[in-house]
Write a protein that binds this ligand. Structure first.
Ligand SMILES: Cc1cc2nc3c(=O)[nH]c(=O)nc-3n(C[C@H](O)[C@H](O)[C@H](O)COP(=O)(O)O)c2cc1C
Length: 351
């Protein structure tokens, strides 16, 4: 691989999604071998205990690189978690020329278009053919699958679990602090930022913006929680957008082993790219699945709520671990302004 191709592959990698736009990736080249590591300074916060969110983001980054490289005629020999003693070292990728030459890779065209859309309402329907295409993308990564709540009872159960998890993010002082620390209020309500969440990306209605901004203060949140603010926020951030969107599915991973979470990130990215090619808008909801795994430790009084989330998810998807919900639908207009990324050089040594 020449320098130009290497930089191109990394650029595809960092276009991947990451929780709170944390971009927890680090790269190092050794000849044509590329090491992907989790950036210790951008990972390991309370929701990222055991690196669940970072492994998902690393999987998505890895998949973008594999897809892009394949479109340039390279295949990857992948070794995941190559050194058990080094928990941040996620993968070593050995690139070599594909003996079959350049392969058509339709997903590559969606890498730069894919984005998170938090607006609503969205229209539908999402046809069975589209669902079949998304299911097939998830299954291309062994062990991974999508679960679609179909009956009104299943949909209601899924909605409840997401709403409860989103409510907890405002009820728990620990989760509240984590959530608001990733929002870059100083950039204002119109600009993008190169790391973290720009307020503009959150789709908060203009009249509610001052209230939302005031909620970043723990004392204010605690006071308003006495009046039920967390429930209202859970309803606004999850229940309402999902009710007003035609599609909801859940990425289910076979076990909580880190290699399966990483593979889950790869499947998530394939599904998201396919959805983009199909003109669908996507918003992930990760709180329910991540909190339900049981690795996150918050205030003892709320710990029971976390275990109930885990049990509700297990009941919902029967086998495996439901990790990330995806809200899907067709938006009326293209999204203006996209989340930024840091400069490529900040992810480690350039090729
Ligand atoms: C593991 C993971 C979890 C995420 N969880 C949420 C979430 O709960 N709610 C949400 O609105 N976006 C969520 N996102 C989307 C990220 O915030 C988004 O990818 C990031 O801000 C970059 O923006 P982009 O996807 O438009 O490139 C998640 C993304 C990943 C990879």
């Amino acid at each position: 691989m020449n320098r130009h191709t290497k930089a191109d592959v990394l650029r595809a990698g960092i276009a991947a999604p990451s929780a709170d736009n944390s971009q927890p990736w680090q790269f190092a080249w050794c000849g044509d071998d590329l090491d992907l590591r989790i950036d210790a300074s951008r990972s390991g916060r309370v929701s990222d205990t055991r690196y669940v969110l970072s492994d998902l983001a690393a999987g998505a980054c890895l998949e973008n690189m594999i897809i892009h490289a394949r479109s340039l005629g390279y295949v990857a020999d992948l070794q995941t978690f190559p050194h058990p003693g080094d928990e941040l070292w996620v993968a070593r990728i050995r690139w070599h020329r594909d003996p079959e030459g350049d392969q058509p890779e339709p997903l590559a065209g969606a890498i730069d278009q894919r984005h998170t859309d938090r607006r609503f309402p969205w229209s539908g329907p999402i046809t069975t053919e589209t669902q079949t295409r998304l299911n097939a993308r998830a299954r291309q990564i062994p062990g991974q699958r999508l679960y679609w709540p179909r009956t009104p009872r299943e949909r209601k159960a899924a909605l409840n679990v997401i709403r409860q998890a989103e409510t907890l993010r405002f009820r728990s002082p620990t989760l509240h602090a984590e959530l608001f620390s990733s929002i870059r209020f100083p950039v204002g309500w119109h600009a993008a930022c190169e790391e973290g969440l720009a307020p503009a990306a959150l789709a908060v209605e203009p009249p509610l913006r001052p209230v939302f901004q005031a909620l970043r203060r723990p004392a204010m949140m605690t006071m308003l929680n006495r009046l039920g603010a967390a429930s209202v926020l859970g309803w606004r951030s999850a229940y309402l957008p999902i009710r007003l969107s035609p599609g909801l599915c859940l990425l289910v991973i076979p076990s909580t082993a880190r290699s399966d979470v990483l593979a889950g990130g790869r499947a998530l990215q394939r599904v998201w790219l396919e959805a983009t090619l199909n003109g669908l808008s996507v918003q992930p909801y990760a709180a329910a699945g991540v909190l339900g795994l049981g690795f996150v430790s918050i205030e003892p009084v709320l710990q029971g709520a976390l275990s109930r989330l885990g049990s509700a998810l297990i009941d919902l998807c029967e086998s495996g671990y439901g990790l990330v919900f995806l809200r899907l639908g067709y938006a009326r207009s293209a999204l203006r302004g996209r989340s930024g990324r840091r400069a490529l050089a900040s992810f480690g040594a350039l090729p």
